[in-house]
Design a protein around this ligand. Structure first.
Ligand code: ZN
Length: 151
């Protein structure tokens, strides 16, 4: 687990300092938002949906390092995917975050999120943006709040 801890710290730090795709997307035709009152995290996800494909995706928000870094990783991993693919990826990521179960030979920046498993109170911080992105992509505009147990 030593490698994962190092990966977790470096990736979360890097993405929190330099969040990728952090902007309002001018071409967005879907928006999803979520908040995690327990921690004070707020995320708005902008999606440019073309047919059933996420042509572009961005986010803005505020909150803890885990919530912002996870959102940054989310944009990198969902861009270009179909909604169905995005749902599958999100399912895998949420499993990764909640179980911490990652194979050593499949380590990627995304695997760093498995490190959140060590901090159960932060799991909702990490899953927030993924739920918001799916909500946006699926055209469901309702506000996600983790207080309703939407994970
Ligand atoms: Zn948080």
């Amino acid at each position: 687990m030593h490698d994962l801890t190092d990966l977790y710290q470096s990736v979360i730090l890097d993405h929190n300092r330099r969040p990728r795709n952090y902007q309002v997307l001018p071409t967005a035709n879907r928006v999803g938002s979520g908040n995690n009152p327990l921690c004070g995290d707020e995320i708005t996800v902008y999606v440019q949906l073309e047919g059933d494909r996420i042509a572009d995706i961005s986010f803005q928000g505020s909150g803890c390092a885990i919530s912002q870094a996870s959102a940054s990783l989310m944009t990198l991993n969902l861009k270009g995917q179909t909604v169905a693919e995005a749902e599958a990826i999100t399912g895998n990521v949420i499993k990764l975050i909640t179980t911490g179960d990652v194979k050593d030979d499949e380590l990627s920046d995304l695997s760093a999120l498995a490190g959140v498993h060590q901090f159960p109170a932060r799991i909702k911080c990490a899953t927030l943006s993924w739920h918001a992105a799916l909500n946006a992509a699926k055209g469901d505009a309702q506000l996600i709040t983790t207080e309703k147990g939407s994970d």
